[in-house]
Structure formats: C-alpha cells, structure tokens
Design a protein around this ligand. Structure first.
Ligand code: NAP
Ligand code: F7E
Length: 333
C-alpha cells in the first residue's frame, strides 16, 4: 500500500485527488493551513476519525512558506509520492499580493523539493509539481505544447515558471523523480467561487431563482481551454506512475471565450445573459492572457490520458450542482 502527501488538499484539485488516491488504496496525508474558520469543507465527506482502524486520510498543519515544517513532515510520513498542489492560485489576486504569491507558489515549491531531496537520501519518493498553462502567458505559438516557450504575464505565472524550472533542476541535479503537469484551466462544482466559471454558474442559478439581479464581470473576450478537474487529477496520478519523470501538458484541445461559457450556462437555464451581465473594470487585470489552447498529445501517447468531458457538458454539470445550492438558499429565506 502506497503513501502520498498532498499539499493543497483542501482545494479543488486536492479534494478530488485525495478521493482518487483513497479509491486506489493509498494512505493519504494532507497539509492543511491553520485558519480561524474551518477550511476543510471539500474533504469533510472523506475524513474519518484517525483513531479508527480503517482511517487512511490524515491531516497535518503546515504551510508552504515553512520549509522546516515541510521537511519534518516529509521525513515523518515517508511518502512514496508527493503532490504539490498548494498555492495562492488566483491570477488577479497575485497582482495585489505579489510577494505572498511568490512565497507560496515559488519558494513553496522549492521547500517541497528540498524536503523530498532529504527523504530521497534514504527512500525514493516521487514529486508532482502543479505547473500551469498561465506560464505560456503572451503565447508564442498555438496550440501550446511542452516545447512552447514560457512568457508569463502575472506574479502568479512568474512564480509558477520558477517552480517549473526548479522541478526540472532537482530532477537533473539530484536524479530525483520530479515531474511537472502543465495543466490548462480545469473546473468543477468544487471550483472556488471567484474563478470565472464558478462565478458564472453560481450567479446564473441564483438569478434563475430570483436571489440575484446582476453579474459583474471583467474581460469577456479571453479564451480558455477548460476541462473537468476530475479528469485532470487522474492525469496527475498517471504522471507519477510513468516509468520516468517528465513534463506533460493536460488540456482538452478546445478553447472558448468567456462569452461562450456564458452562452452555455445561461442557455441551460433558458436565460439570455446579455440582460444580466455588466462589466466592472475592477475585474480587468494589469496584463491579460488572451488565448490558451493546449495540445495534450504527449500525455495521450505516453500516459493514455484524455479528457472525458466537453466544456459545454462541464457548464451543464456545474449548473446542475449550483441549482441545488440556489434552490436550498431560496427555500431557507
Ligand atoms: P485552489 O482551489 O485555490 O486550492 C489551493 C490550495 O492551496 C488550498 O488547499 C489552499 O488552502 C492551499 N494553500 C494556499 N496557500 C497555502 C500555503 N501558503 N501553504 C499551504 N497551502 C496553501 O487551487 P486548485 O484549483 O485546486 O489548484 C491546485 C494547484 O494547481 C494550484 O497549485 C494551482 O496553482 C494549480 N493549477 C490550477 C489550475 C486550475 O485550473 N485549477 C490549472 C493549473 C494549475 P486553503 O483551502 O486553506 O485556502
Ligand atoms: O479567469 C476572465 C479573466 O480567474 C479566466 C487559475 O486556476 O487557471 C486559473 O487562472 C478568465 C481571465 O482563471 C472575470 O480575465 C472575466 O481571462 O477563472 P479565472 P485564470 O486566470 O485563467 C490557470 C490555468 C491557473 O493556473 C490559475 O491558478 O476570465 N474574467 N471576468 C474573469 N475572471 C475572474 N476570476 N473574475 C471575473 O469577474
């Protein structure tokens, strides 16, 4: 039975990955930040009392900015696999808190690699680094592949480029199994509510039941390659099961504007979004990433990985989930 350590376990991807690893029989250890309110709502359904004989999910306080804590944890847990998913992951917010973003995303990844290097002296471990399509930024070619040059356009993306290169550096310098997944946008009913897809599905369903009148957005012309988070955590796992460490793009190979996502979402509810959406310049970014479109053929050929859900199906799935939330909210008023 394998043991995995997951940073960012309370996030969207961390929660789906923890479910997947538990299904596969792993012992899963998650790093959780101390917070003044509970931050484990995405994983509460899979958590058992650790004293129970069948408990296989264990949570530990920690923070990516605390390298000593991470090293102690890694040496204590002795994981076969480490998934570094923790991050200040909001691109717009990274312009407001650039130094904090670089600390968690950039130095945080270095701290994880350094902890893994210490463990690797006595036990082999494999590291997955959550790299991002945001690294392509002002894209140099379309579609983007593992060979496309990076051109980051935000403090977040700059920090991810640093983490990407450190992962490759640790792989080469210390002969470690350290791999990057370059993941394009992936969404789900567990997506944070300030990312554009979830903001749209939450608002559209609340508008449908009469709880909200307007939806304020920024740039509607940006294009994103949106997939389903559950497909992407399967890809993360496959990246670490591969016979050698490497870097892989995970994407759908299709791209849509925010307008098209609005069409899909409001269309499912028989609403015309033009009547409800207003532009608020607060949501524009100092620099925008206009177009992302990934080529996942390497992951398909080497890992047998492919996405299973189209963007339209994804929007419908999210609307279905958020409609239940909206109806419950309306009923409790
Ligand atoms: P998310 O929902 O924002 O989750 C981020 C996680 O990181 C949360 O568990 C958060 O804890 C934790 N975290 C934040 N700061 C931390 C710190 N200083 N120390 C320890 N943990 C910290 O992000 P996601 O969508 O699941 O994405 C997972 C990873 O993939 C991130 O690294 C993200 O940058 C990257 N990525 C995401 C996408 C995407 O489209 N979703 C695409 C490419 C790459 P709290 O719950 O306490 O906030
Ligand atoms: O923005 C536009 C915005 O915040 C998508 C993160 O998971 O994926 C995510 O980063 C687009 C941008 O995601 C609003 O300008 C318009 O063009 O949902 P988002 P993101 O910035 O692409 C990458 C791959 C990651 O790695 C990140 O961690 O939508 N947009 N109006 C808006 N965006 C937001 N958030 N809110 C708006 O009101």
């Amino acid at each position: 039975m394998k043991t995995a350590l997951v940073t960012g376990i309370t996030g969207q991807d961390g929660s789906y990955l923890a479910e997947l690893l538990l299904e596969k029989g792993y012992h899963v250890h998650g790093v959780v930040r101390r917070s003044s309110t509970f931050n484990t709502s995405r994983i509460d359904h899979i958590y058992r009392d650790p004293h129970e004989a069948d408990a296989r999910l264990f949570l530990h306080y920690g923070d990516l900015t605390d390298g000593q804590n991470l090293t102690n944890l890694v040496l204590d847990v002795q994981p076969d696999e480490i998934y570094n998913l923790g991050a200040q992951s909001h691109v717009r917010v990274s312009f407001d808190v650039p130094a904090y973003t670089v600390q968690t995303v950039g130095i945080g990844a270095l701290n994880v690699l350094e902890a893994a290097r210490q463990l690797n002296k006595t036990k082999p471990t494999r590291v997955y680094q959550a790299s991002s399509s945001e690294m392509f930024g002002e894209v140099k070619e379309t579609p983007q592949t593992e060979r496309t040059p990076f051109s980051p356009q935000s403090p977040y993306a700059c920090a991810k480029v640093y983490a990407f290169h450190q992962t490759v550096n640790y792989r080469k310098s210390y002969d470690m199994f350290a791999s990057n997944g370059i993941l394009f946008n992936h969404e789900s009913p567990r997506r944070g509510e300030t990312f554009v897809t979830r903001k749209i599905t939450r608002a559209a369903t609340r508008i449908k039941v009469g709880l909200q009148e307007k939806l304020y957005l920024g740039n509607l012309d940006a294009k994103r390659d949106w997939g389903y988070a559950k497909d992407y955590v399967e890809g993360m796992w496959r990246i670490l099961q591969h016979d050698e460490p490497d870097d892989f793009v995970l994407a759908t190979g299709e791209t849509q504007t925010i307008r098209t996502f609005l069409d899909y979402t409001f269309g499912t509810l028989d609403l015309d979004w033009n009547q409800y959406v207003e532009i608020d310049p607060r949501y524009f970014r100092p620099a925008e990433v206009d177009l992302l479109l990934g080529d996942y053929s390497k992951a398909k050929a080497k890992l047998g990985w492919s996405p299973t859900i189209s963007c339209k199906e994804l929007a419908e799935l999210m609307v279905q989930h958020d409609m239940v939330l909206a109806k419950n909210e309306a009923a409790s008023k």
